[in-house]
Design a protein around this ligand. Structure first.
Ligand SMILES: CC(C)(COP(=O)(O)OP(=O)(O)OC[C@H]1O[C@@H](n2cnc3c(N)ncnc32)[C@H](O)[C@@H]1OP(=O)(O)O)[C@@H](O)C(=O)NCCC(=O)NCCS
Length: 216
């Protein structure tokens, strides 16, 4: 169990890499790239995101990124979150293609957090988010000092459920009218994993590599 020392968030900041997938803290200079990806993916992302007042274009403008960035910096500084920009390294350049946040971190006797994620539809189906999630979970269970990670997913979201099911998260709950998503209170299925469940396998990334290679 890690006893959190306020003023220094365990495991943050950090850059995590596996092949072409790279996770890093956001930068102020991500505004234009973030806005382009978010605006290009309105139809792809909006069914799965929390309801917020304002138009999609306004909420995802380069100017809006300033607030997103500030909020993420604050949560990372206080140890409540680990907000990662998900990037793909291809052809010698790094491109922002998604987001993964380990948020609502509670320490002391819980040492747990919740994960949310999305990826650009133009790179969907390439295993970017399972790789990102495996990297983040191993980091959370190691330097991040956490013991449990949860992911809550709408039953209708087959692609997202595939992500956690492929990685071997446990389905452990059904939360009725759990979150206000896309204009209504939506049920969610609760998936979770604790550090003991992957320790013997050398971590979640090692498990994911074996699954992808067809040997897991
Ligand atoms: C859920 C999501 C993050 C998955 O990311 P990813 O990097 O594409 O993950 P994977 O490559 O492992 O693909 C997962 C599943 O998506 C489906 N999929 C694959 N290519 C796809 C495509 N081009 N379009 C739609 N779905 C596709 C497949 O069912 C795949 O499962 P499989 O491995 O059994 O074939 C992504 O679909 C997404 O961003 N969706 C919109 C936002 C969202 O749902 N966020 C999560 C909220 S809980």
């Amino acid at each position: 169990m890690s006893l959190f020392n306020p003023g220094r968030a365990p495991g943050w900041p950090v850059v995590l890499v596996d092949g072409p997938v790279l996770l890093r803290p956001y930068r102020r200079s991500d505004a234009a790239a973030w806005s382009e990806v978010r605006r290009a993916n309105q139809a792809w992302l909006s069914p799965w995101e929390s309801s917020l007042p304002g138009s999609w274009d306004e909420l995802n403008s380069p100017a809006a990124f300033r607030w997103v960035y500030r909020d993420q910096r604050r949560s990372a500084r206080t140890g409540e979150g680990m907000p990662f920009a998900v990037c793909l390294r291809e052809g010698g350049r790094e491109r922002l293609v998604g987001h993964l946040n380990l948020g609502s971190i509670v320490r002391r006797a819980f040492c747990s957090g919740y994960v949310g994620y999305w990826v650009d539809s133009r790179v969907a189906g390439r295993g970017v988010i399972p790789t990102a999630l495996a990297l983040a979970v191993d980091h959370a269970f190691g330097p991040g000092g956490l013991h449990r990670v949860e992911v809550n997913i709408r039953p209708e979201n087959r692609p997202s459920r595939r992500v956690v099911e492929k990685l071997g998260f446990r389905e452990e709950a059904y939360h009725v009218r759990y979150m206000h998503i896309d204009g209504a209170w939506r049920d969610h299925i609760g998936y979770a994993m604790t550090s003991e469940e992957v320790a013997a396998e050398g971590g979640l990334l090692a498990r994911w590599h074996r699954i992808r290679a067809g040997t897991g």
